[in-house]
Structure formats: C-alpha cells, structure tokens
Design a protein around this ligand. Structure first.
Ligand SMILES: Nc1ncnc2c1ncn2[C@@H]1O[C@H](COP(=O)(O)OP(=O)(O)OP(=O)(O)O)[C@@H](O)[C@H]1O
Ligand SMILES: [Mg+2]
Length: 215
C-alpha cells in the first residue's frame, strides 16, 4: 500500500456524468491496494446533514431561495466535515466523497449565478484551509449526462433545472479544472464506462504509486 497520508478525494460532474459508477471502480482500486477508506457524499454524509439534503433536494411549494440553498449547503458541509471527514482523515482513513465544495461553485455559483466571493467566504469559514487532495471532475455534454440520469427515475428539485442551468454548471467545472490543475483532474466521461474507468485507474495508479490493479 502507498505511504501517502490519508487522501481526501472528491468526485464531481453534472447529473449522469458517472460519479457513482466510477466511485465503485475507485473503491475497488483502493481495496486491491489495501488502502483504508470511507465513502460519503454531499450534501449529506451524516444523519444531520442528510436531513439538510432532504430539505435541499425535495420539491416544495416553498422552495428555498438561492441564498438559502447556498447557506444550507455549507451548513450540511460544516457538520459533515467536523463529524465525519476530518476525524476519518486524522485516523489515517482515506475519504471518497461524491460531490463537495466544487459542486457549490458549479451549481450555486455557475448554475444559480450567485457571487463567487460569497462562496469563497463561506468556504473559508467552514473549511479553513482544508481542501480536497484530489478532485476528479467527470465531464460530459449536458444532454448526454441528463439523458443517462433521466433513465434512473423521478428528478429531484435541482435535477429539474433547465438545460441552460446545467450548461453553466458544466462551464464552471471546466473553469475550476483549468484554474486548479494541481488539485483537479478532468476526465472525459462521454465514452463507455470501461474506458472512463481505465483512464481513471491508470491516472490514479501513477499518481499514488499503487502497484495492484483491481481484479
Ligand atoms: N460512461 C458511461 N456510459 C454509459 N452509461 C453510463 C456511463 N457512466 C454511467 N452510466 C450510467 O448512467 C447512469 C448515471 O450514472 P451515475 O449514477 O454514475 O451518474 P452520477 O454522476 O452519479 O449522477 P448523479 O449526479 O445524478 O448521482 C447510470 O445508469 C449509469 O449506469
Ligand atoms: Mg451519483
């Protein structure tokens, strides 16, 4: 197993990009290399934060304003970080998180067009200097991602936004990837599952100097 400190890894991308699918492949790679890890997600990840997730994603006649949505995202994140993510990392356990603060930049900053400096302020308040060690952004054309996600069933409140919203979300993810090349890797997720997995596994084995491929 690698001698790296416990890594905080986040998976990002629009609906249907393949985050959950590729998370399974990433976990198989860690299993093969006997790396201890937990899987978690945002918004949510703890019972309290999952209650906030429910508030955020459920349809309601009294839907939250964009500002309310932003604050709830960070409220859930504060709880998740303090009670789950940071204790795991401190204990030497890697953390694989399906969405994190880049999603707030993409959805509330890009999609909802809230000022990015509000997000930066809340990021500092909630996280201090803590940032993921590695973020994988799965990039797909909006129509392809939504088409994949739509086959799965009823859409939640955010998934029900229009195409222009998701184009802004995707564009913000692309901006983050180009601005933060050390932390963020963007993968073309438009090909078949196996090809995306293969590119991800090769990249991670090199980056972390792992020796075992998943069986
Ligand atoms: N590369 C791919 N090619 C074709 N289908 C895919 C690919 N990746 C994932 N899928 C399928 O698309 C659907 C959505 O994938 P997945 O749930 O992994 O996306 P996601 O990014 O986690 O979406 P969400 O943000 O909505 O949770 C699933 O049915 C999955 O099997
Ligand atoms: Mg998913």
């Amino acid at each position: 197993m690698s001698s790296l400190k416990a890594q905080f890894i986040t998976l990002e991308g629009i609906e249907g990009a393949g985050k959950s699918t590729q998370k399974e492949a990433l976990c198989r790679l860690l299993d093969a290399n006997r790396v201890p890890y937990i899987e978690t997600r945002e918004p949510g990840g703890t019972p309290y934060a999952e209650s906030i997730r429910e508030l955020l994603l459920s349809h309601s006649d009294d839907a939250p304003s964009a500002k309310t949505e932003l604050l709830l995202m960070f409220a859930a994140r504060a709880q998740h970080l303090k009670t789950k993510i940071l204790p795991a990392l401190e204990a030497g356990t890697w953390v694989i998180c399906d969405r994190f603060t880049d999603a707030t930049y993409a959805y509330q900053g890009g999609g909802r067009e809230l000022p990015l400096d509000w997000i930066e302020t809340l990021e500092t308040l909630v996280q201090g200097a803590k940032r993921p060690d590695l973020t994988l952004i799965f990039d797909v054309p909006v129509a392809l991602g939504l088409g994949r996600a739509g086959r799965r069933g009823a859409l939640d409140r955010i998934e029900s936004e229009d195409l222009a919203f998701f184009e802004r979300v995707r564009a913000m993810y692309q901006q983050i990837a180009s601005r933060e090349a050390d932390r963020v890797v963007m993968l073309d997720a438009s090909s078949d599952v196996e090809s995306v997995t293969e590119s991800m596994i090769s990249l991670l084995m090199t980056r972390w100097n792992l020796s075992c491929r998943p069986g």
